[in-house]
Design a protein around this ligand. Structure first.
Ligand SMILES: [Zn+2]
Length: 133
């Protein structure tokens, strides 16, 4: 019942290993080329190959080195990312929401009322100065 995953040697691109777990890559010694190599998930490799044969227009695929290409292929094959996530620089669109907070600080009614009792506001509002008696 267990689903096996295929991993391909990135050095010789010929030898594959199968594992019963699913991960992006393995690091094992390849019996074919006899070196300790990264084996990539076959799904990642297929994505990589697809781009090699037909480079995506959204990316400057040819300018990436192989490692970078594999990173992109891995992200695409193993996540919900799309090619646009790599090609487009997201623009920050923070609205002016934060400015709402300032308006509450502008309320000056409370402070003025308290000062009227003691220091009084005759200088500011002579007409409204309370007259004793
Ligand atoms: Zn190999």
């Amino acid at each position: 019942m267990s689903r096996t995953r295929t991993y391909r040697c990135l050095n010789c691109l010929e030898h594959t290993e199968t594992r019963e777990f699913d991960t992006s890559h393995l690091s094992v010694t390849c019996p074919n080329c006899e070196s300790f190599e990264r084996f990539v998930n076959e799904a990642v490799y297929q994505q990589f190959r697809a781009f090699e044969e037909s480079p995506p227009g959204e990316l400057d695929w040819e300018r990436l080195d192989r490692t970078e290409k594999l990173v992109v292929a891995e992200r695409l094959a193993r996540s919900t990312k799309t090619i646009e996530d790599f090609a487009v620089v997201e623009s920050n669109r923070d609205g002016g929401e934060d400015e709402d907070g300032d308006e509450e600080g502008n309320g000056n009614g409370d402070v003025d009322k308290d000062e009227d009792e003691s220091a009084g506001g005759p200088a500011e509002n002579p007409a409204e100065a309370p007259t004793p008696e």
